[in-house]
Design a protein around this ligand. Structure first.
Ligand SMILES: O=C(O)CCC(=O)C(=O)O
Ligand SMILES: [Fe+2]
Length: 406
């Protein structure tokens, strides 16, 4: 066994640190942001004019040519604020405009193709020094790369030996922060209707970005286990909250899962949910490999803290153009995708709000350092700068650096 220490990935929010310990990374963050942006786009990915390389006129063009994303009256008729807080999720069927369905589907395919070109490319050509890291001396095996093609979240990344964590952190992979790779997805992330949807769900005037991913489930996908996500700041302790307004005041995160092509309920990579599970605030305990194990374990003897009903697993089926909003603490899982079905497409956009008790905004899960740097230096449009302000503004995060810091 190798005696060398396991390489750890770069700090999640380096600009929030009082001091950056790694001199290589510190140097990169002192240079013009253009250099870091270039290092995140290796030539072999063939995506030279991606949003990370945009300047002011490119963002102006995006805003000037913007079209509606959502059929807003349909959103309003399907969204019920009280039910959302009580259930922890809401399903908005067929809310994308026909043009948005088409552009969104095309954007997800384009993002996946960029991701696949990175996965199958020659990583010795990556400018590792430009990313603030020494070149890795191990490589992801050919078998693991082949398995990862065409899908999401499948590159081995339990450590940074092969550089996968570094490539994820800096959004060299298009699947992690796809908005930085595909113009339409940057438009979605900053779109006034997307932000209004967040204001509705989080009941907050000011919302912040948290993370964005491609969630592509290819034929043969084995399914995703039951889980929920932490929000940090001491709110993930398994203490049940039945007072919906107290729950609302937390620094909640809204997972916005966008399915331009929809999916069916059976073996199609569809989403599964448990209404009311969020109120238990138990991301550490609420886990199971499959439905039977969840029923026999975490669900057993638990009842909805507000309605008193037994908790139940729901297998969704969604028509094209649908969106699911889901609070982070809500239990969710993904059905397998049969070999003879076509890929399930999804883009995830997560946003968060301040803690209403103290005004503090928890640091984000994943804003790539180059975007924090650009925002801090005033190189981005005002809306985008505000959305990522908690990735560089120590006052806003109350000195917190990590997403889950208390
Ligand atoms: O693929 C999906 O529909 C959901 C994935 C998910 O739960 C996650 O990325 O945390
Ligand atoms: Fe999840």
């Amino acid at each position: 066994m190798s005696q060398s220490p396991v390489a750890v990935g770069p700090p999640r929010n380096p600009l929030l640190l009082p001091q950056i310990g790694d001199p290589l990374l510190a140097q990169v963050l002192e240079r013009p942001s253009r250099g870091l942006a270039e290092a995140t786009r290796p030539n072999f990915v063939q995506n030279p004019r991606s949003p990370v390389q945009w300047t002011g006129p490119d963002f102006d063009k995006m805003e000037d040519s913007r079209e509606p994303l959502l059929e807003w009256p349909s959103v309003l008729s399907q969204f019920n604020a009280e039910a959302f807080l009580r259930d922890g999720a809401c399903v908005l069927e067929r809310v994308m405009t026909p043009a948005a369905i088409e552009a969104w589907s095309e954007a997800l395919l384009q993002g996946q193709q960029c991701n696949d070109r990175l996965i199958s490319g020659d990583w010795t050509q990556i400018d590792w020094a430009g990313l603030g890291r020494t070149p890795p001396n191990t490589a992801v095996t050919t078998a693991d790369r082949e398995k990862a093609l065409g899908g999401s979240q499948t590159m081995p990344q339990s450590d940074d030996e092969a550089g996968v964590q570094t490539l994820r952190q800096h959004s060299v992979f298009a699947e992690y922060f796809s908005a930085g790779h595909v113009g339409f997805l940057m438009n979605v992330m900053t779109h006034p209707q997307m932000l209004d949807l967040q204001r509705l769900c989080l009941k907050a005037e000011t919302v912040y970005f948290d993370h964005n991913q491609l969630l592509t489930r290819a034929p043969g996908y084995a399914g995703g286990a039951w889980h929920s996500h932490k929000i940090g700041a001491g709110n993930d302790d398994g203490v049940t909250v039945a007072d919906l307004d107290a729950y609302r005041r937390q620094p909640n995160i809204n997972l916005t899962l966008c399915y331009p092509q929809g999916f069916s309920a059976d073996a199609d990579g569809g989403l599964k949910l448990v209404s009311g599970s969020h109120l238990f605030r138990d991301p550490a305990g609420c886990r199971a490999p499959d439905d039977d194990a969840l029923r026999a374990g975490w669900l057993k003897d638990r009842r909805h803290p507000v309605t008193g009903r037994a908790l139940e697993i729901e297998h969704l089926a969604l028509p094209p153009g649908s969106i699911v909003c889901c609070l982070s603490h809500a239990a969710h899982a993904v059905a397998p995708k049969a070999q003879d079905r076509s890929t399930r497409w999804c883009s995830l956009f997560c946003y968060r709000k301040a803690d209403e008790e103290n005004g503090i905004v928890q640091p984000p899960h994943a804003v790539p350092p180059v975007w924090s740097l650009k925002a801090q230096r005033g190189e981005l449009p005002a809306t985008l700068t505000q959305l990522v302000q908690h990735s560089f503004d120590r006052e806003l995060t109350g000195g917190r650096v990590g997403t889950f810091d208390q």
